[in-house]
Design a protein around this ligand. Structure first.
Ligand code: SF4
Ligand code: SF4
Length: 168
């Protein structure tokens, strides 16, 4: 990409205290990947429910090992040069939308259904992010695939329904 972003596969944004919320399509893709019903994703400890903006939503349940927290779908690979790479085993087809979108991030104002896209480093220490240019967020959105744009529209409708229910 010539937008100043190039993931180094450091795995930082897939570990620690990151919270990765998932939408219904993401869950459906996880069910396809694991060939199981949604409840089993919770039973296997892949998903949990958590509060966000006054609503209880599903998110990926990070695991802990030796004091480290990490996404259960993160896989490490030791390269020939001795460096450790963090790979997502869901990449690319089954990856949650929010992970697919990074480093692009969307904010929706449901009062008028407007949305803005911002370039936000997926982790404060992300080594893949270069300097942010003035039109980068627009450039990035324009480059998204039709499938991702469809998933974004679908997710917006999902959150809008939740927002309307909260407003009632
Ligand atoms: S923190 Fe940045 S460079 Fe590291 S894996 Fe995430 S996106 Fe890639
Ligand atoms: S689903 Fe993949 S990209 Fe997203 S946090 Fe987990 S390992 Fe990282």
């Amino acid at each position: 990409m010539d937008n100043g972003f190039s993931c180094t596969l450091c795995g930082e944004c897939c570990s620690g205290d990151m919270k990765v919320f998932v939408n219904p399509r993401d869950i459906s893709l996880l069910c396809d990947y694991f060939s199981c019903p949604p409840e089993e994703l919770y039973a296997r400890g892949y998903l949990m429910r958590d509060s966000r903006n006054g609503t209880i939503l599903p998110r990926i349940k990070f695991r802990e090992f030796s004091g480290l927290k990490f996404c259960p779908f993160l896989e490490n690979r030791l390269e020939d040069d001795g460096s450790l790479k963090g790979l997502c085993r869901l990449h690319p087809r089954f990856k949650p939308l929010i992970c697919h979108l990074a480093p692009l991030s969307r904010t929706v104002d449901f009062s008028d259904n407007s949305e803005i896209y911002l370039f936000i480093p997926p982790h404060p220490a992300c080594p893949g992010c270069g300097p942010v240019g003035p039109d980068r967020e627009k450039l990035d959105y324009d480059r998204l695939s039709p499938e991702l744009k469809e998933r974004l529209a679908e997710e917006k409708e999902y959150f809008r329904t939740l927002w309307l229910a909260l407003e009632d």
